[in-house]
Structure formats: structure tokens, C-alpha cells
Design a binder for this molecule. Structure first.
Ligand SMILES: *Cc1c(COP(=O)(O)O)cnc(C)c1O
Length: 459
């Protein structure tokens, strides 16, 4: 596969084809839809990053997805590297997932608000794939999962404060929309109007990959920290893996201080490995949150962990959490079908091989262009940072030149490659991204970098 990807004749042909394609992209229907949308939906979108604010221009309205491709309302086709922000590791409309949804729709129903066998099977499968999750509760989004997890950690420990890391994203719950206070202040400050100071003071921000910054907060707040929550592979500041020693350090600190260690694997769960990032690192958290791939494209999240902790969740215990549509058969059948395919077909070695082709192709382009940009990848998540610094935390991530990223994003879009419209996002691909798609992407990457940095590749 690598050989084929490197065949330069094919590459040149594709480059010609795609540059011919560039001038032809038309976004008229998207533009008029965006105008309509802005009158009735704040910013014209139902989740902010979709609005292209950080890259400029008009968001592309999509009509249809199929495998590795998205088709927009103007008839343009894109190779999709967002995958609905993570769920589509199997590509759009995987036949088995579609069939599971159809069967449930036709023969079961969409929701009862009563328990079903499907939920039991789903919970059994989740707990078997991620053994640190001895018990699990289903919710309908990643945000709900993290909000619920910290409530449970607080109820369980009888403590109120939590520690999170600068640059990590845990959904839009009040407790997480907190940025680090200035200077030596350890108190957090609200990162959005509407989040109260009272809430902010219970969230402390530490530095990713810096165990000393965490120890300091724990020392300064003795017996007050309920939980430490972290993305073991940061996926919302680009792609920033934690070091092994750092996660082990957190584990030891939490054991010593009676703090609940929560791995937010909403993005990494079933993405970097079947057992999530925790299986790659061999570090077991006390609680885990999952979502995205878990729902196979429908809204599903979950939180779970140690039996003694989860036994405190109502109605088994006294910590309240509920949901009208939680565990509904439609969503569960999509998630169940997805996880079974991942378990039975083990696509991870293939995804790693594809990731290597993409990474090698990008690195080759960078080398030929004399660029020394930071590229990070774990399995099928990758990020090209517009900086020469090695990105290890939020501070180094933000040395990226976001204007360059915006130009790169548009250059790629015009070549039919749909990347996240913001620098600090992961690039995801699926089992349906084949040699042809990877090769086209590598060529588009070279052309786009040439255009953005006004350089020509030395072949
Ligand atoms: C996406 C994400 C969330 C939020 O999930 P939603 O389903 O968007 O609410 C939480 N944590 C992480 C790590 C995520 O990537």
C-alpha cells in the first residue's frame, strides 16, 4: 500500500485533476442556506465550531454521507476527515449499522422509557471491552456523561473540587467551562458568561503532562479534591498524547489522596484501541466517560467505573441522575452494532497502517517543502499543527499559527478534503478511507502547503 501511495505518476495525475477541480467548487446553495439559518439558529449552527468562525468563510451544508465521503448541497464531494467529530470509525452508513437501526425502527420502536434487553446486552459488552468500567450508566451525550461522572465522584468522596487540565474539553457542563485564573491563582474563572463564580471556584486547572502542577493543587487544597478528570490523549487541543509517566503519576497521586481518577474517553474510547487509551497506556482509571463511537452516529454517551462508586448511583444508591431517552432501543442498536463490528473485525491494525501511510505522506511533503511543522498521530487520529514547536500541552499547542491553518483548511477544502474548521481539532479517518482517498489527501496536503507557505516541493 505504501508503495502505491508513493507512485508519483499517479500523484501527478491526481494533482492535476484536483487543481482543475479547485476552481470549479461552488458553494451557492450553502451560502443561501447559511443566510436562512442565521435568522433562526444562533450563528446558523447547532454547535459553534461548525460555523467556520476560526477559519472564515461559509460553512458547507451537507446533504449525504457515504463511506469516506460527504456530499454537499451544491453537489461537491469531499473526503471526510471529521467523521461527525469522531463517531464514524466505520465510515458513513455502514450497512450493518444501518440494518440494525432499520430493524429496530420497524420491529421494536424508538423509545419506551422502560428497560429493554438491548440495554443489558450493550452494558455487558461495554464492561467487557473496557474492564475498568465494572458498571455503566447510559446517557445521551458526552457532556451528560462527564457532568454525571463528576457528580458521582463528588457524592462518593464527599468533596467538592475537581482538577481538570488546560486545553482538555469535557463538553459544555458549567464545571468544565472554566479557564485557569491569572498568575499564581489556583482558583478557576468562568470561561463563558452564565457560568457562576461559585461554580468556577470548584474547578482547578492544571498543566497537561506536568505532574508537579497537579501535586501543587492537591497540596494547596488538602482533602478537598473529589476528582481529577483528563483526556488521556488530548483530542481537543489538536492531538496531544499524555506521557506514560504522567498518567502513572496521576494514578499514584489519586490512590494516595483518595481522589477519583476519571478518564474522559468520549473521543478516544473505541478510537485508538477497542479498550480505549487506558488499554494502550495500561493505566486504569476509577471512572471512564465514553460517547461518540459508542453511539454509532446516534446520540449515546455513558459513564461507569468501579462497582463501589457506581453502586452509589440512583436507584441503587443516593446520587441522582436520570434521562428520559437514556438507553433507547434505536440509539442502543446503532451503538451495539458498531461495537460488535469493532470487536469481531478488529480494524485497529488496518487503521494503524492507514495512519502510517497518511503520516508518512504528510512528513514526506513537509520534508520536500523544507517545513518543520509538528505532526502528532495516535492510530486514526492525527493533527498537523502550524508550529515548529513540539506540542505537549495547551501552551505549546497555542504557538500554532491559526491564520496559516485557516488558509490551509480552505486550500484543502477546495481540493475536496474536508478537515475540521479549526486548528485545535483532531483529523479522524475510517476503515472506508482506502488507498485512493489517502493518496488524494497526501497530494492535496502537498499542494495546499505549497500554496499556504508559497513554496515549491523539491522532489
Ligand atoms: C466530544 C467530547 C465531549 C462532549 O461530548 P458531546 O457528545 O459533544 O456532548 C466530552 N469530552 C470529550 C473528550 C470529547 O471529545
Amino acid at each position: 500500500m505504501i508503495e502505491i501511495a508513493r507512485q508519483t505518476n499517479g500523484a501527478r495525475f491526481c494533482a492535476l485533476f484536483f487543481s482543475a477541480f479547485v476552481v470549479m467548487l461552488n458553494h451557492q446553495t450553502s451560502q443561501s442556506l447559511f443566510e436562512r439559518a442565521k435568522r433562526v439558529i444562533p450563528g446558523g449552527v447547532n454547535s459553534p465550531v461548525r460555523a467556520f468562525k476560526s477559519v472564515g468563510g461559509t460553512p458547507v451544508f451537507m446533504r449525504r454521507g457515504d463511506g469516506a465521503y460527504l456530499y454537499d448541497v451544491d453537489g461537491n464531494r469531499y473526503i471526510d476527515y471529521i467523521g461527525s467529530w469522531g463517531p464514524f470509525i466505520l465510515g458513513h452508513n455502514h450497512p450493518k449499522v444501518v440494518e440494525a437501526i432499520e430493524q429496530t425502527l420497524r420491529h421494536v420502536g424508538t423509545s419506551f422509557g422502560a428497560p429493554t434487553e438491548l440495554e443489558v446486552e450493550f452494558a455487558e459488552l461495554i464492561t467487557s471491552l473496557i474492564p475498568s468500567m465494572e458498571m455503566v450508566r447510559l446517557v445521551s451525550s458526552g457532556t451528560e456523561a462527564t457532568m454525571s461522572a463528576i457528580r458521582v465522584a463528588r457524592g462518593f468522596t464527599g468533596r467538592e473540587k475537581i482538577i481538570k487540565f488546560e486545553g482538555c474539553y469535557h463538553g459544555h457542563g458549567d464545571s468544565f467551562l472554566i479557564k485557569a485564573g491569572s498568575g499564581a491563582l489556583t482558583l478557576g474563572v468562568p470561561d463563558s458568561p452564565g457560568v457562576t463564580k461559585g461554580t468556577a471556584q470548584d474547578t482547578l486547572n492544571a498543566v497537561f503532562n506536568d505532574i508537579e502542577s497537579v501535586r501543587k493543587l492537591v497540596r494547596e487544597n488538602p482533602n478537598q479534591i473529589a476528582a481529577i478528570i483528563i483526556e488521556p490523549i488530548g483530542g481537543n487541543m489538536g492531538v496531544v498524547p499524555a506521557t506514560q509517566e504522567f498518567l502513572q503519576g496521576l494514578r499514584a497521586l489519586c490512590d494516595q489522596e483518595g481522589i477519583v481518577l476519571i478518564f474522559d474517553e468520549v473521543m478516544t474510547g473505541f478510537r485508538v484501541a477497542l479498550g480505549g487509551a487506558q488499554s494502550l497506556y495500561g493505566v486504569s482509571p476509577d471512572m471512564t466517560t465514553i460517547g461518540k463511537i459508542l453511539g454509532g452516529g446516534l446520540p449515546v454517551g455513558a459513564y461507569g467505573g468501579r462497582r463501589d462508586i457506581m453502586s452509589r448511583v440512583a436507584p441503587a444508591g443516593d446520587i441522582y441522575q436520570a434521562g428520559t431517552l437514556s438507553g433507547n432501543p434505536l440509539a442502543v442498536s446503532a451503538g451495539l452494532a458498531t461495537l460488535k463490528i469493532l470487536r469481531d473485525e478488529n480494524p485497529y491494525p488496518d487503521l494503524e497502517a492507514k495512519g502510517k501511510i497518511l503520516e508518512d505522506g504528510f512528513r514526506d511533503n513537509l520534508r520536500k517543502l523544507g517545513l518543520n511543522l509538528c505532526l502528532k498521530r495516535v492510530g486514526s487520529m492525527m493533527c498537523l499543527f502550524m508550529t515548529e514547536q513540539d506540542v505537549v500541552d495547551f501552551k505549546t499547542a497555542t504557538t500554532s499559527d491559526v491564520k496559516k491553518y485557516a488558509a490551509y483548511f480552505h486550500a484543502m477544502l477546495e481540493r475536496g478534503i474536508y478537515l475540521a474548521p479549526a486548528q485545535y481539532e483532531a483529523m479522524f479517518f475510517s476503515i472506508r478511507h482506502g488507498e485512493r482517498e489517502l493518496e488524494a489527501t497526501i497530494n492535496a496536503n502537498r499542494e495546499s502547503l505549497e500554496a499556504v507557505f508559497a513554496k515549491s516541493a523539491v522532489l
